[in-house]
Design a protein around this ligand. Sequence first.
Ligand code: GTP
Ligand code: MG
Length: 203
Amino acid sequence: MEIRTAEFISSNTKVDKLPQPDKPEHAFIGRSNVGKSSLINMLTGNRKLAKTSQTPGKTQLINHFLINRAWYLVDLPGYGYARTSKKNRRTWEGFITDYIERRPNLQCVMVLIDSRLEPQAIDLEFINWLGSRRVPFVLVFTKADKQSKQKTIQHIRLFEREMLRTWESVPEVFVTSSVNQQGKAELLEFIGEVNGAIEKGAQ
Ligand code: GTP
Ligand code: MG
């Protein structure tokens, strides 16, 4: 699939105020600083679309981007931002979990994971929560340009092994880099397939 147009639509914390859920939607989530906003910019070919920063905690709201006038990409705030106060963290948990549980057009959650790190408890906890809510998701390993291919593969294997302690199978895995566009074609093809399947179902 090719992205022809990408428009910023809205920033929100309240699920009731989000755009009408009349188009398929794919959301990006993961630890603060993992590269969610950068990945959205890479996929859409617009470096200024989603705001990025070297400092964790940049994205604070639920941001909707309309793609090809047909579906939404959603940029979410990261979890695990150490400097956020407890109260802030609870607010985050509240509105993000509310969003994931109540958004009827949410097709797939892209869980971003830093490919440079060994499995992190916080990512596994979040994934287990998604599982308990039966939310479909895939794993997107980010920043693959930062180390050797072997290291990335090693971290993916370790992550899958951790998951298989409690899961029967592992979801689809993508390896990406916002710097050299690795994984762009694969992720867009996947989203295209999901959206295509919905269209077919609607006919
Ligand atoms: P929050 O909004 O704070 O949760 O962060 P985020 O997950 O949206 O991360 P963001 O896209 O703002 O990127 C964080 C930092 O990582 C920035 O300095 C980016 O330039 C850098 N970064 C993101 N993706 C990549 C990548 O694929 N490769 C490299 N080398 N750096 C990246
Ligand atoms: Mg961000």
